[in-house]
Design a protein. Structure first.
Length: 400
């Protein structure tokens, strides 16, 4: 088949969404010829990373400028990013029409940064659409809003009030109307999608692959938090869980950085665990995976996580993960042995932290065995993507 893919984020080693785009592109090109609309940085990164083989030769990369780069990009607000991203999608629609006029696509796929409330430029083509994995519908539990602080509460209120409105506007409604197959990252998003298409729940984190595992002799008592220190990531909830542990040797290692660091430091000091909270900063992926493989557990307290790449990475390494029973992480956990994860019910911050602490103590007291090779999820992300293309193309009446 001839596949047109919209994959704004698509570069190995550059974060979760980029990894998803990269793996999705590889999956499509493993069997089909793919024209990928992406950003110039991704094109340069892909050309450096990809070997010269048949799969690479089936990729046709089309860079499309985003409009802002460097320091200006790094300091974009959420609203600012979405404004540029919507403009990029409008440009992608024009480029898609030009490419389709010369190629004639069988299927189009809007693959990364897919939200039920945003525009998908390639959906403007009269070609069967595979949409997703789509996210954007997971909201923070009301009883955990105080944990996010004033800034986080304001952002969450704006987010939860505006997204349903934006989803009803014509630019966002085109994709569900055009789609023949939809991947939703979680049940919350699946319930928001209004479409006659087939909807399948597939967390984008299942795209991740743990290639190798370093030789590890024993697990440590380290509890790893992986991600940006943002209000909705709730790193303060991880600190509260640490303070409630029975295991006094455990330490919390925050692998990432962000504006919540000050609140984390203050809370750790007030709870008497400041010496057991270590700020690691951003680690190279190889080093991070090595730490994950040795860790006692991963703690993932995000209050509205759509997917959760680090959860899939931890479980693939055989390291237990503790998260909230909300959004993407519980869906990810279903693809690995149940004894490797604990998805706790989010209620008040004190009760939730207590449940997370109890789960962590259990894993530290009775750690799972170390694995010598990566544990694969029950489902293959590549197989699911390729199946969706077949379903979309067959439904259109076009030959493959």
């Amino acid at each position: 088949m001839r596949i047109l893919m919209s994959v704004w984020a698509c570069e190995p080693g550059r974060g979760s969404e980029n990894e998803v785009g990269y793996r999705t592109l590889l999956a499509a090109a493993s069997q089909h010829e793919v024209w990928a609309i992406t950003n110039p940085s991704a094109v340069a990164g892909l050309r450096r990373a990809l070997p010269d083989n048949d799969i690479t030769r089936r990729m046709h990369l089309h860079p499309l400028e985003f409009g802002v780069t460097g320091d200006r990009f790094e300091h974009l607000s959420m609203v600012g990013f979405q404004r540029y991203y919507d403009a990029w999608q409008r440009q992608a629609a024009r480029l898609a029409r030009e490419l389709d006029a010369s190629v004639g696509f069988d299927v189009v796929h809007h693959a990364t940064l897919s939200s039920y409330w945003t525009r998908a430029g390639v959906a403007s083509l009269d070609v069967p659409l595979v949409w997703g994995p789509v996210g954007g519908a997971v909201n923070a539990p009301l009883r955990l809003l105080p944990e996010m602080g004033v800034r986080g509460i304001i952002e969450e209120v704006a987010r939860t009030s505006m997204r349903p409105i934006l989803a009803r506007l014509p630019p966002a409604r085109r994709a569900p109307r055009q789609a023949r197959f939809i991947f939703a990252q979680n049940p919350e998003t699946a319930s928001k999608v209004r479409s006659h298409a087939k909807v399948s729940i597939l967390p984008n984190a299942l795209a991740t692959k743990v290639e190798t595992i370093s030789a590890v002799q024993r697990r440590t008592s380290e509890i790893l938090f992986v991600g940006r220190l943002l209000p909705w990531k709730a790193p303060t909830l991880a600190v509260r869980a640490l303070a409630r542990l029975e295991n006094g040797d455990a330490s919390l290692h925050l692998c990432g950085d962000g504006p919540e660091r000050i609140r984390v430091e203050r809370l750790a000091a007030s709870l008497g665990v400041r010496d057991r909270v270590i700020f690691e900063g951003w680690l190279p992926r190889s080093q991070l995976l090595d730490r994950l493989a040795r860790a006692g557990t991963l703690i993932h307290p995000s209050v509205h996580e759509e997917g959760g790449m680090c959860v899939a990475e931890a479980l693939g390494l055989g390291t237990p993960a503790v998260c909230l029973r909300r959004g993407g992480p519980p869906e990810i956990a279903k693809d690995w042995p149940s004894e490797l994860s604990a998805c706790v019910l989010p209620t008040t911050r004190e009760q939730t932290a207590g449940r997370m602490a109890a789960a962590i103590d259990g894993f530290l007291h009775n750690p799972p065995p170390l694995v010598q090779s990566a544990l694969l999820p029950h489902r293959s992300y590549e197989t699911e993507i390729l199946h969706a293309y077949d379903v979309a193309a067959d439904g259109s009446g076009k030959s493959k």
